[in-house]
Design a protein around this ligand. Structure first.
Ligand code: PLP
Length: 275
């Protein structure tokens, strides 16, 4: 398995980051993650735009422009010999002399087998609990998923699959996915702020805008629990119905009509190469 490390391809076992890197010392790094289908990265342009925006927000210099990075990613896909994979583009704070000051960033791009949600996963949906939390720098895709990882034992104890963050009763996002609700009068709502702008979210918004009223705005937890349908979106989960939240069944607990329609349209988009 090949890995791109700063300026060359190395074998997986030689892709070693020194312990002085700020990602290890202080958790300082950003990344983006996209998926390939039929050897092609889906929505790569949007993922790279977000990667550059995250890097700039964290004052991390990038050594390649979009064209160069695209060529590197295509070469990595070819070398990896996987027609469907997950590509992770990681940019760290670099080898810091005092473990605090940012240094020259390290760029690590990996291409590995990826597990995506299946049709059976879609039919089952997921269950979730709400939790009061606001991510630091929510518009940036940093490597900080500390709260999400810390909450894993609680999710097991509560027997739910995922957690939906809210701040002062305004819902924001799941740790790794965006949230949407379909109201009883068939409007599609999704939070407009304090969350990461997902690439799947963007695609779903444009698919939905062709057929229904769409609003990006604050959504209160009461509104969430009264929704006809709730679903989440992400690169690996695609569109996933949320069957129950905090023990309240949403709709009849099955994938809703709008969720299913958007899901089928999204799969078609993916099949067409998702540009
Ligand atoms: N929100 C957060 C915090 C995420 O980390 C992610 C993806 O990992 C998403 C939302 C969904 O974004 P995307 O659709 O680009 O995968």
């Amino acid at each position: 398995m090949a890995v791109f490390f700063n300026d060359h391809f190395v074998a997986n076992e030689n892709a070693l980051l020194h312990v002085s890197d700020l990602s290890m010392q202080r958790g300082y790094a950003i990344f983006d993650f996209c998926r390939t289908k039929n050897w092609r990265p889906l929505f790569l342009n949007d993922h790279l735009d977000r990667f550059y925006a995250s890097a700039a927000a964290m004052h991390l210099a990038t050594r390649y422009n979009k064209e160069e990075l695209t060529a590197i990613i295509y070469e990595l896909i070819e070398r990896t010999l996987l027609d469907e994979a997950g590509i992770r583009i990681l940019l760290t704070g670099g080898y810091s002399v005092d473990g605090y000051q940012p240094a020259s960033p390290n760029l690590i791009i990996t291409c590995n087998a990826v597990k995506t949600a299946s049709l059976a996963d879609f039919e089952n949906g997921i269950t979730a609990m709400t939790y009061e939390h606001q991510r630091e720098l929510p518009s940036v895709k940093t490597i900080n998923y500390m709260m999400a990882v810390w909450l894993q034992p609680l999710l097991k104890e509560k027997k739910v699959n995922d957690v939906l963050y809210h701040h002062k009763e305004i819902i924001t996002e799941f740790p790794r996915s965006n949230v949407f609700i379909v109201t009883k009068d068939q409007r599609l709502l999704t939070p407009s702020r304090h969350m990461l702008r997902g690439i799947t979210r963007k695609q779903v918004l444009s698919l939905a805008a062709k057929q229904m009223d769409v609003e990006e705005r604050d959504i209160r937890t009461e509104e969430l629990l009264q929704a006809a349908e709730v679903f989440l979106t992400s690169t690996t989960k695609k569109i996933m119905p949320v069957a129950a939240i905090d023990g309240n069944i949403i709709g009849d607990g099955k994938p809703g009509v709008i969720t299913r329609k958007l899901y089928n349209e999204f799969l078609q988009l993916e099949q067409q190469g998702g540009q």
